[in-house]
Write a protein that binds this ligand. Structure first.
Ligand code: Q46
Ligand code: ZN
Ligand code: ZN
Length: 312
């Protein structure tokens, strides 16, 4: 197995490109794919200040690393979710990376700053943990970008993630979500610009990128993910990809090219009556946004719990 570029011994095969690469040329290929995605979808302009949402996992740390290597002014944002040891460890990986690259890391802690953790918040709001978590993260990313004056928020969604989300949305014909499933969402309605520069890279390539460039990341999955639908969709797509390399790529990029525009008007219509939340000022369709309602419900659940523990 020889590197496609320099004929030196290869360390990885990328089946959908039908190519093998040595360490140096594999890392370069990953950076090139990110640069290509940024250019193709007009994600970032020179001089933009970017806030990278980092979880301590391979995708977000690889993303931060590549954006810094490509010369972007990129700070990290870590949100502590209060999910036991998983959160403590993932925070340590995010901090260690920031120190290694001498980069700035903004930290928010749900339990310390908002008085709840994801398991408690989810129970109080009668939501699935990932739903309460996604809602909290989206709100806090937006708020941190506005507060810090960043031009864009970058998240580490890779091609496996996007293909799996697309698969789920198509299976249930969530047409409103399909209209928003784009690699870049421009700033509007009070929301900052959101970009996904890893959409051209597979999960496996991002794990290899971290290992080959010496980035330590949290390997365990979040314990709350066990049994969620998203993992099932990923497994189903992996089974297809194994016999038909490139399927995930064609599924996702074919959607962007041929179908996504059809769903945009519906998604846009949903956003027309947005106005500022009475509590926090974030854009919402109700009086109080879903995040502020979650904080309130989690807070009252916490008070009931405390009263129970200290009766009389
Ligand atoms: S962190 Fe949060 Fe994920 Fe854990 S609780 Fe679910 S959504 S699985 S990206
Ligand atoms: Zn090479
Ligand atoms: Zn609010």
């Amino acid at each position: 197995m020889k590197c496609r570029v320099c004929r030196a011994p290869a360390v990885i095969d990328v089946r959908r490109h039908n190519a093998n690469f040595c360490v140096e040329h594999f890392l370069r290929q990953c950076r090139d794919q990110v640069a290509k995605a940024i250019e193709e979808f007009d994600m970032l302009a020179d001089g933009d200040r970017v806030l990278v949402a980092v979880s301590g996992g391979k995708d977000s740390l690889a993303l931060w690393d590549i954006l810094l290597d490509l010369g972007y002014d990129a700070d990290g944002l870590y949100v502590g979710l209060g999910i036991g040891d998983y959160s403590d460890e993932s925070r340590d990986f995010a901090r260690a990376f920031a120190t290694r690259r001498d980069a700035a890391l903004v930290e928010i802690d749900l339990p310390d700053d908002y008085g709840y953790d994801i398991p408690t918040g989810a129970r109080a709001a009668r939501r699935a943990p990932c739903s309460a978590c996604g809602l909290s993260k989206r709100h806090l990313f937006d708020q941190a970008a506005r507060d810090g004056g960043y031009d864009a928020i970058a998240t580490g969604h890779n091609l496996d993630d996007e293909a799996a989300v697309l698969f789920g949305n198509v299976l249930r014909w969530h047409t409103d979500y399909l209209g928003r499933q784009l690699p870049v969402l421009p700033a509007r309605h009070g929301f900052p610009r959101k970009v996904k520069p890893l959409v051209r890279l597979y999960e496996r390539e991002l794990a290899a990128y971290c290992v080959l460039s010496g980035i330590d990341y949290i390997v365990e999955e979040c314990p709350m993910a066990v049994g969620n639908r998203h993992l099932g969709y990923k497994e189903a797509l992996n089974a297809i990809e194994a016999t038909s390399p490139g399927t995930k790529h064609d599924f996702y990029f074919g959607f962007l090219k041929r179908a996504s525009a059809l769903f945009v008007p519906e998604a846009e219509a949903d956003r027309e009556d947005l106005h500022p939340c009475l509590e926090c000022g974030a854009p919402t369709t109700g009086d109080v946004c879903a995040f502020c309602r979650l904080v309130a419900m989690a807070g009252s659940a916490e008070r009931v719990e405390l009263t129970r523990r200290t009766p009389g």
